[in-house]
Design a protein around this ligand. Structure first.
Ligand code: UT7
Length: 360
């Protein structure tokens, strides 16, 4: 039996910061409302393409694992804001990395994209089908944001993370996962006018809109993540007390607190960075995992519990037994192209367009 150890990790955080005070300049909102309802203080706005962020995160993950991109045999990209559908964006990333022996798959399950990718990649390695896989999760969600909707726009941000999975003989990596989908609530988060079911003749075709039932998602998120966590613990025969760190999807600090209470896990065992980046959808877990390692919150042989939920409504949890590697074997100087604009300057044309559309 072989296992799929996480041997490398990396992140890409775009430099432009959009603070709650910036949002107050064009939206009827307040820092007080946003921080008290969500815990979010600021988020990042991407100034280039999604694949640029993915390549930077991937280069850091490959360096941490000391792996040449040419050795990868599969790239899985969890995102709903990819550069392009054809060619698929995993192909663009494969080419940019020079990972010429890797198959390349885009995977859209919204916020759960990284966890789903980790589940699929780990099980392909366990089955012997692949041996070195790059799993990427991230989002360029600001590109599709409706900047006239205060109930949605304040929640999200852009970022990307990646991990390298390698076949090994020791029982490490993803020991068990539980994934699913509550499709009866699929329209609780919906991005409209994006996809072939929307008429090309509609004059508003280019206007991307959001349907969003925050309270419904909140309720279901806490319940489904807690249940999925309990399922994976049961599958592995471990208890909550064995978990060293929880790395959950970062959507809202109140959701993280409610999850910790339901699982009866102390707050200090829950990784939280939602205040810095907001909800980066498929990016939250690999970015939080990378920061947990940077902050030395993961030690060799630790048990790390991950949980996520998102549009679909997809949900999932996974229990990882960490290997020996908690320090990058090598480092990379990969970085995004320079950004000479503020977040508000980058967004200005989009904000103008959405506000005009709303008042028309
Ligand atoms: O990864 C999956 C993505 N989805 C999520 O993460 C969503 C999960 N849900 C949530 O995080 C919360 O439900 C929200 C943060 C979205 C909303 O918090 P809430 O406590 O459920 O607020 P609410 O929807 O009940 O809204 C309360 C009030 C409303 O005003 P009225 O009707 O009571 O007068 C809203 O219009 O807050 C108002 N409001 C705002 N006020 C200032 C909504 N958005 C804002 C805003 N600033 N940005």
């Amino acid at each position: 039996m072989q296992f799929a150890q996480i041997t490398g990790w990396g992140k890409c955080i775009p430099p432009a910061v959009l603070s709650n005070a910036d949002l107050e300049t064009f939206m009827d909102t307040s820092d007080e409302w946003i921080t008290s309802r969500t815990g979010i203080r600021e988020r990042r706005i991407c100034h280039c393409n999604f694949s640029d962020m993915a390549v930077v995160a991937a280069r850091h993950a490959l360096a941490a694992a000391d792996l040449d991109p040419g050795e990868l045999d599969l790239i899985l990209v969890g995102s709903l804001t990819v550069d392009s559908l054809c060619p698929n964006t995993a192909s663009i990333i494969q080419d940019a990395l020079g990972a010429r022996h890797a198959a390349a798959i885009d995977l859209n399950t919204a916020c759960t994209g990284f966890l789903y990718g980790l589940h699929i990649g780990s099980n392909l390695i366990k089955a012997g089908a692949h041996s070195k896989i790059l799993v990427i999760g991230g989002e360029y969600i600001s590109h599709y944001m409706d900047w006239s909707r205060r109930d949605v726009a304040v929640l999200f941000g852009d970022a990307c993370g990646a991990v390298v999975l390698e076949a090994c003989q020791e029982e490490t990596g993803l020991l068990a996962a539980s994934i699913g989908c509550e499709a009866d609530a699929k329209y609780a988060i919906q991005i409209t006018n994006l996809g072939s079911s929307y008429s090309r003749l509609d004059k508003e075709f280019l206007y991307v809109g959001w349907n969003f039932d925050g309270q419904e998602v909140f309720r279901r998120a806490v319940k489904s993540m807690a249940q999925a966590c309990q399922d994976v613990l049961e599958k592995t025969g471990l208890g909550v007390q064995d978990v060293d760190l929880v790395v959950p999807h970062q959507a809202n600090k109140r959701i993280l607190d409610a999850l910790a209470r339901r699982l009866d896990i102390p707050e200090e065992k829950v990784m939280v960075n939602v205040h810095k980046y907001g909800n980066t959808s498929a990016g939250t877990i690999p970015v939080a995992l990378t920061e947990a390692l940077e902050e030395q919150r993961i030690k060799p042989r630790d048990y790390v519990l991950m949980a996520s939920f998102g549009a679909g409504l997809t949900w999932g949890a996974g229990l990882v037994k960490w290997g020996d590697g908690v320090v990058p074997l090598k480092t990379s100087d990969a970085t995004l192209p320079p950004c000479d604009q503020t977040a508000l300057e980058i967004l200005e044309p989009h904000i103008r367009r959405y506000l005009a559309h709303r008042s028309a």
